[in-house]
Write a protein that binds this ligand. Sequence first.
Ligand code: GLN
Length: 305
Amino acid sequence: MNIQTILEEISDEVNSLLGRGSVANYIPALAIADPTKFGMAVATVDGGLYSVGDAQDYFSIQSISKIFALTQAFAIQQDDLWRRVSRENAGNELNSLLQLELGMGQPRNPLTNAGAMVTTDIILSAKGKDTKASLLEFIQERSGNKSLGFNEEIAQLEIAHGHRTKAFAHLIASFRNLENHPQTVAMLYFYQCAIEANCIDLAKSVLFLTNRGCCPVSNKQILSASQVKRINSILLTCGHYDVSGDFAFRVGLPGKSSISGAIVSVVPGKMAIAAWSPALGKDGVSLVASEALELFAAKTGQSIF
Ligand code: GLN
């Protein structure tokens, strides 16, 4: 299988779709993204790296950061994590305060904004004032790119506009499912969403999910093989909001999308893939990145099924 040739074919094939959909516009710093950008990168467990298009362009990683928060919280709290956050798809109630209320402050899964409040709270309890730096360092170490940083403008805009997310944090706290102040937890969540990376960094940074929990970039064991199996299961069932079933159907691999138009996906034992194109469909998932991943899975025959 020639991965580079396949990426180039995909880039040609999605070209006519570029510009369809619309970029996220809830904050100005995201609304200025160029909808015609497309990049894709593949990192293999044995050190191979392939990329095409705008794979070196930087964007805020947004909800993809929830994978890293979940990973760190799971490493800290082990199975006690599941007393505080469930692992069921949130369906179209993804952003529902009502659902959280009915769940007595226990978020449906760690990949919702409510769930990220809990995972971030766990990291904050463990790391204290070093939390913000450690969230960034985690991605730097996984990707091997020490120059990754926060986009301060995006972080501040999210903090100013993220009323619903802050409401989640307060509601969870009202059920005593946060150990730290909800405003601090929400602020740290917005900072992790505002970490900037490119497709190459992102593909490398999730390689530990393909390698039984060992990060091949840093040679560190991040989680056990069994824990990684659990994270990949949650990515498959909950990684794409209420269209997770559609992604599983089309691509057949665990993955996670972000409102900035990126998607990461993993082929256990083999490789990690990141695709990015800022224009989103109505479901909040990048139209071209999801199409590119579907093409990749079809052309390579890779699937967990
Ligand atoms: N920062 C965004 C938010 O909290 C992230 C959402 C996303 O990527 N789905 O709404």
